[in-house]
Design a binder for this molecule. Structure first.
Ligand SMILES: [Zn+2]
Length: 227
């Protein structure tokens, strides 16, 4: 767990190099994504409780299993997501099988046991969550990495949690399932317009604006050549 700004934490997970977030306010805290199963979710909940005892909300950056299946241990709480958010139960089965084939049956079993916690609060374009002395802003820039990407801005620290809208090159290969690559560069333009100092991707280490601008150019050039 790294504190990238006052009360804004980035949590790196071993599995899939997943990166989740925690924003702490005076009255409540916001957990940005939960890991891919209830065992890892419970470990994250314990880790967060070492930092703060404030009540938590959860927000999902998108519906891919590795960002949301670990929410059971956080219940009861409000769970925020974009209004298009839908679980793909077949994805859950496929990943459980994949883990078994990779010789990690315990993770496969944990995924299958995991309770899918549906959003209790949804939004269309923009929403704010008040945490006490600080607010966070949720935005949807249209389908890009997935059909329900949510970007979470902590305006007082110029930190943006981008989910898989921003990816390190080693993860990009698996990213074109249910998104819209034609609209991805435009979504990154809108992210860059927030003028962030720190951008936290859904996997791997935090990056800066220049990294996002380069990713935008690579995606844009890739789409142009594919077309
Ligand atoms: Zn994803």
């Amino acid at each position: 767990m790294i504190e990238v700004a006052g009360g804004v934490h980035v949590v790196r997970h071993e599995e899939l190099d997943l990166t989740t977030g925690l924003v702490v306010g005076d009255d409540a805290c916001l957990v940005i994504d939960t890991p891919g199963d209830h065992v890892q979710g419970a470990a994250l909940a314990r880790q967060i409780r070492q930092i703060t005892a404030k009540p938590w909300h959860v927000v999902y950056t998108h519906a891919h299993f590795d960002h949301c299946y670990g929410t059971g241990p956080f219940q009861p709480c409000e769970v925020w997501a974009h209004e298009n958010f839908r679980f793909d139960v077949e994805e859950k089965t496929a990943w459980a099988r994949r883990y078994r084939e990779q010789g990690k049956p315990e993770i496969g079993a944990a995924i299958e046991e995991s309770e899918l916690v549906a959003p209790t609060r949804t939004f269309a374009g923009r929403a704010e969550i008040e945490l006490g002395g600080r607010k966070v802003v949720l935005r949807h820039f249209g389908p890009a990495h997935s059909f329900c990407d949510t970007v979470i801005e902590v305006p007082d620290t110029r930190t943006v949690f981008a989910g898989d809208l921003v990816e390190h090159p080693e993860f990009i290969e698996e990213s074109f399932g249910d998104g819209d690559v034609t609209r991805w560069p435009g979504a990154l333009d809108r992210l860059l317009a927030l003028d962030p100092e720190v951008v936290v991707p859904g996997h791997g280490s935090p990056v800066d604006k220049d990294f996002v601008a380069r990713a935008r150019e690579i995606l844009s050039a890739g789409w142009t050549s594919a077309r």
